[in-house]
Write a protein that binds this ligand. Structure first.
Ligand code: PGA
Length: 249
């Protein structure tokens, strides 16, 4: 199946104060003068979603959240629902990022419930999976991502817009990346698992690669079979670096 339009998504994590909107403005302006054939998304901290959505309105840049709670509303101090993100102008939401799975004890079942919430609110989930270094060294990378897919992806995703992001935990923020062969191997296994789980519907979703994507390695990673885009952390904070990655797609 040909999936020609890639998705390049920037995950700002807990960054972007003050300078963030200026960088986003630069990104939006550059994409007007030099359009791209890829989809481009920026996931800022929740406090900036509505301001960024306003700034990006009418441009190609889509805005997303970084997490949501499964419930739509209620007494959940400090949390944010998919509905609130959608109302603020988000079109996508990252779910199951390893910094949520590890730092907040999120299980596959938690992620699956959040995916249901995103779909309920009309958000496109970007569901993250990926092995730790210990799991890779034990030869368990494929087994781990297969199990995360079966636990984190509800059947209700069938026919809906969503993406999976393969992010090896040991590659996030470390400057380390898997070899292109390792990326190809896992992406092929992710595709097979998606088709096993969702039938033909598993052919459609993009499979993004994430973990230390930067201007110098983006072109070769994005050219790997079944790499449908990138989820970019650190290098998405500077408009020029993020633009260089978008142009490499
Ligand atoms: P990184 O983060 O690009 O800074 O490695 C990627 C991610 O966590 O999504």
């Amino acid at each position: 199946m040909k999936r020609s339009v890639k998705l390049i998504a920037g995950n700002w994590k807990m960054n972007g104060q003050a300078d963030g909107l200026a960088q986003a403005r630069r990104l939006i302006e550059a994409l007007v003068s030099e359009p791209t054939s890829s989809r481009v998304a920026v996931m800022p901290p929740a406090t900036l979603v509505s301001r960024l959505a306003e700034l990006a309105s009418g441009s190609v840049v889509e805005v997303g959240g970084q997490d949501c709670r499964a419930e739509a509303a209620g007494a959940f101090t400090g949390d944010i629902s998919a509905e609130l993100l959608a109302e603020a102008g988000a079109a996508l939401v990252i779910l199951g990022h390893s910094e949520r799975r590890q730092g907040h004890g999120e299980t596959d079942a938690d992620v699956s419930a959040k995916v249901e919430a995103a779909l309920r609110a009309g958000l496109e989930p970007v569901i993250c999976i990926g092995e730790t270094l210990q799991e890779r060294e034990a030869g368990r990378a494929i087994e781990v991502v297969r199990s995360q897919i079966s636990g984190s992806l509800p059947m209700s995703l069938n026919g809906r817009a969503f993406a999976v992001a393969y992010e090896p935990v040991w590659a996030i923020g470390t400057g380390l990346t898997p070899t292109l062969e390792q990326i190809a191997e896992v992406h092929a296994a992710v595709r097979a698992a998606l088709v096993e789980q969702l039938g033909e519907g598993g052919q459609a979703p993009l499979i993004l690669y994430g973990g230390s994507v930067k201007p110098s390695n983006a072109a070769e990673i994005l050219a790997v079979e079944e790499v449908g885009g990138a989820l970019v952390g650190g290098a998405s904070l500077k408009a020029d670096d993020f633009l260089a990655i978008i142009r490499a797609a």
